[in-house]
Design a protein around this ligand. Structure first.
Ligand SMILES: NC(=O)c1ccc[n+]([C@@H]2O[C@H](COP(=O)([O-])OP(=O)(O)OC[C@H]3O[C@@H](n4cnc5c(N)ncnc54)[C@H](O)[C@@H]3O)[C@@H](O)[C@H]2O)c1
Length: 295
């Protein structure tokens, strides 16, 4: 993607889902600081209106919309209304997300559906509803930008968090496929995937925890985010810096991301090579691969 002078976003419209709190609220504040008109979308009315009125108090132009991103028809209505009222959407950030902890065999089926519903289908509905409209209205000197908030969990794995991790792998995969599809179209709509590391938000306060392992991990992660997470403001800053630079993959902690990616890639390459070298699938190499995964 090409670089962008963020000052050129002034006066244009941003849509941010999951904007009532955490990273989404910080992205909305950063967009408003760039003098963008911001459509704040969230399923939770009260915190949404609180965040919107805080922003209005700073002189920002904001429009809160209650919408559950799992609801395809509601996201279509959102896209219709926003495009009818404001015309061109310059920036769409699919940020709404939920956490869930618990071993896979201890998750109730509706938990799995809920996490995948928000974190994957929610991202899909945003893309499905907004991208055709962006394709119609974007021009080479006024590119539209679509961002998915994935996670560093999109490129790694972790026990007792499988539903969330799987959803974030899927969200990243959807976004990479979207980038390839748009490149084929040669239209001025660009895509970015945001992969934050730990950010100090309340995501684990509202997370469902199933089973003892789920409860233990949720409580530990709450403390971890408080101690080691960057602020939501710093995360939003990293996102806009990445957008300005024209990055596709945007991180909050590049060094940690590079380490995780290198480890994963090396283990996969080693596993592929060792199978190619020996041509066998004996128990000892299976054990090695297994220990490579968790080590
Ligand atoms: N906090 C982190 O450490 C971290 C790290 C990596 C990625 N992320 C991702 O960042 C995004 C924002 O998370 P956060 O940490 O700010 O959490 P958060 O809980 O503060 O914010 C999430 C927001 O999404 C909203 N939301 C949830 N389900 C929704 C739905 N169905 N429809 C509309 N809105 C919905 C919530 O009401 C909330 O306002 C998520 O996608 C999360 O997975 C967070």
């Amino acid at each position: 993607m090409s670089a962008l002078d963020l000052r050129k976003l002034a006066g244009q419209t941003a849509v941010v889902t999951g904007a009532a709190s955490g990273i989404g609220a910080a992205v909305a504040r950063r967009a408003a600081a760039l003098r963008m008109r911001v459509v704040l979308v969230d399923r939770d009315r009260e915190p949404l209106h609180r965040t919107a009125s805080d922003l209005t108090g700073t002189g920002a132009v904001v429009h809160p919309v209650v919408c559950d991103v799992r609801d395809a028809a509601a996201v279509d209505r959102l896209a219709d209304t926003v495009c009818r009222e404001f015309g061109f959407v310059r920036l769409f950030v699919g940020n709404a997300g939920v956490e869930s902890t618990g071993r896979l065999w201890e998750l109730p089926p509706d938990r799995f559906d809920q996490v995948l519903g928000v974190n994957v289908a929610g991202v899909f509905h945003g893309i499905r509803a907004f991208v055709p409209r962006l394709l119609e209205s974007a021009t080479p000197d006024r590119e539209a930008i679509v961002v998915t908030v994935a996670s560093i969990g999109s490129v790694t794995t972790m026990p007792a968090q499988a539903a969330y991790v799987a959803s974030k792998h899927a969200a990243l995969a959807l976004t990479e496929c979207l980038a390839l599809e748009l490149a084929q179209e040669r239209k001025p709509v660009r895509v970015a995937a945001f992969l934050p590391g730990p950010v100090h938000t309340g995501i684990y306060d509202s997370a469902a925890a199933d089973g003892a392992a789920g409860t233990e991990l949720r409580d530990r992660m709450r403390g971890f985010l408080a101690e080691r997470g960057v602020t939501a403001e710093a995360a939003a800053e990293a996102l806009f810096t990445g957008i300005a630079a024209g990055d596709f993959w945007i991180f909050t902690d590049r060094d940690r991301a590079a380490e995780l990616l290198r480890t994963r890639a090396e283990r996969l390459v080693d596993a592929a090579r060792s199978r190619a070298d020996t041509g066998s699938g004996d128990t000892s190499s299976t054990q090695e691969r297994r220990s490579g995964l968790v080590g």
